[in-house]
Design a protein around this ligand. Structure first.
Ligand SMILES: Nc1nc2c(ncn2[C@@H]2O[C@H](COP(=O)(O)OP(=O)(O)OP(=O)(O)O)[C@@H](O)[C@H]2O)c(=O)[nH]1
Ligand SMILES: [Mg+2]
Length: 234
């Protein structure tokens, strides 16, 4: 239903998480991702990371949780980040430049991956060193598969980020795989588990790259961390 005066959708048709955002927040987030998003480089070592001259956010989480798919959904570009059915698809730190205002980083997954033990160990060392010590890293989006909830390897990452005082925000993924009631249960349980964690951002997000749910909320969060438009480096 559309309000005939403002021509905006009424709350009846809005996803619950969108109701708490102002239209202005939503527009700001949409605008950021409607602009240029360019693949910049793949880094296989800390030495090959770009200079930290823009604010940066990254997507971390277990293998196969949906990190690369979420980047593609957020940016509305299907093949920008390489997604795959095979856990362990992303093996480097992949940098994307969003409108000259922010770096978005797709990380290799942790936990189960179809790769050799030595390769996995190498990515884990690199990813952990990056998460702990990267200058300019404004927030880690830690993705959790909504079907599985928080796993011991996620807790390990959260403990590390708490210790390093790096802000992280939990994002439930693949919400299309759950019924509404199940999702609410997982959401509440997840929310409860981050309550006393010192570096955890208080709001857990819910997303589906498949159904494009929750993307405007996430875009708005990210837009808050980007450089203002008038300072964009082109
Ligand atoms: N149903 C559903 N499937 C999804 C969603 N997001 C991702 N997937 C599927 O989950 C699988 C893994 O997705 P990726 O985006 O490659 O996961 P990743 O976290 O980047 O994985 P690694 O790079 O291996 O760490 C793919 O088969 C995707 O199609 C979603 O929102 N809903
Ligand atoms: Mg990936």
């Amino acid at each position: 239903m559309v309000n005939p005066v403002t021509e905006t959708p009424t709350s009846e048709h809005m996803a619950p998480e969108e109701e708490i955002l102002s239209q202005e927040d939503i527009e700001r987030g949409r605008l950021l991702f409607a602009r240029d998003v360019d693949f910049m480089r793949s880094a296989v070592s800390l030495e090959t990371l770009p200079p930290p001259d823009l604010p940066e956010v990254c997507f971390a989480g277990r293998s196969n949780v949906g990190k690369s798919s979420l980047i593609n959904a957020l940016t509305n570009r299907k093949g920008l980040a390489r997604a795959s059915n095979t856990p362990g698809r992303t093996r480097e730190l992949n940098y994307f430049n969003v409108d000259g205002r922010l770096f978005l980083v797709d990380l290799p997954g942790f936990g189960y991956a179809k790769a050799s033990k030595s390769d996995i160990a190498r990515w884990q060392i690199l990813t952990k060193a990056y998460l702990r010590g990267r200058a300019g890293l404004r927030r880690v989006f830690l993705l959790i598969d909504s079907r599985h909830g928080i796993k011991p390897s996620d807790i390990e990452v959260m403990e590390m980020l708490d210790e390093a005082a790096v802000t992280y925000q939990l994002v439930l993924t693949k919400t299309d795989k759950l019924k509404k009631g199940q999702l609410e249960k997982v959401y509440k349980a997840t929310q409860k588990r981050i309550k006393k964690r010192p570096a955890a951002y208080p709001n857990v997000m819910k997303t589906s790259s498949e159904k494009k749910d929750g993307l405007d909320s996430l875009r708005a969060e990210i837009a808050d961390l980007a450089l203002p438009e008038n300072l964009a480096k082109k």
